[in-house]
Ligand binder design. Sequence first.
Ligand code: AMP
Length: 411
Amino acid sequence: MVVLVFNCGSSSLKYELFETDPEQSLAAGIADRVVVRAGRDASLYHEPADGEPLVLECPMPDHEVAVGYVLEALTDSEHGVIRDLTEIAAVGHRVVHGGERFAESVLIDDDVIAAIEQFARLAPLHNPPNLQGIRASRSRLPSLPMVAVFDTAFHQTMPQYAYIYGLPYELYEQHGIRRYGFHGTSHRYVSQVAAEMLAQRGIRPQDQHIVTCHLGNGCSMAAVLGGKCIDTTMGFTPLEGLVMGTRCGDLDPAVVPYLCEKLGISVREVDALMNERSGLLGLSGVSSDMRDLRQAAQSGDERAKLAIEVFCYRVRKYIGAYAAALGGVDAVVFTAGIGENDAYVRRRCVEGLETLGLCLDGSRNEDKALRGQAADVSAADSPGRILVIPTDEELLIARDTAAIVGGTSLD
Ligand code: AMP
């Protein structure tokens, strides 16, 4: 089945076209700076799997126009990968927030759209552009079935004691204040790959204890027991948990009123400070990008060193916490930009965790030849495995879409 996957942000539209049987990516790309300055500086980058990329500067005042350019690129005689749009069987959309209603991917209808709209109050920066992408593609491809795949869905199996905060219970009932978790599609994808790797070592899927670490610009971890998420570090919003590129992660909430008072700034300004000027950027004063920090640290920059230290310590601490939550660890998985590429960070994140049965093979961890593939970088006799698994959220969205449209079961 040919499935088109959209991941729509406020000013960008990422896409990938898949054949799902056998699985193969046909083309991928991004429409960038959509809407910004009425889309005047917008561009489309389109890359066929076997062919030359296409770069187009074209005005894209809204997402519908952007979808139009994407569809043209996919069918273009020179850079296209399908003859015409009738070859596309379905469209899968990434949606950030599915609230408590969606524990799985669903076929999109008007009722689902209304629910996504309702959850926009919980994800004001994400659900509205996700919806714009859905509406734009429904308008351009009105006859096609569409599926929504939610970032929050994988975490819906958390027990209540893991997702509830120590606040008055009415705030949960009346305002939905609880831990939702994000990056669920990535955690689900890499935990499935890890589950297959552990099964090959004779550990039955239902007995597996897996900790997944998605370390990119945004960072989160999940504790996965027998394939089900039982805890995750991001919370009511993607601000909680690990230290990230620009987000602070865990913080004493009393810091917020203190800063408002001391600095004479509004809650909204503190919120922006915690989301946009904190984390690796705020600690180092250098950059939010781990590559820059590693370079600065190598040149002796003390604050860059501190930022990396804080980053790795927080991950290490959560591995310990999740070992306790799971009752043991069969595998720790590293994924996303930092997790897949930065051997030093991986080493620091598992340093001293031999007591939990996690022993790294230092040279396999550094082996660049293993990049881009699922790799076991633990020592041969390590009781628990340390795995590096490239994430592929788009592929999982395509799989779910094909399963729902084709009437087969998910996973
Ligand atoms: P993502 O959000 O998954 O694209 O990840 C972005 C983060 O991955 C940034 O902090 C990048 O600096 C980091 N990253 C990407 N490639 C590398 C690399 N080769 N070494 C270290 N960090 C990397």
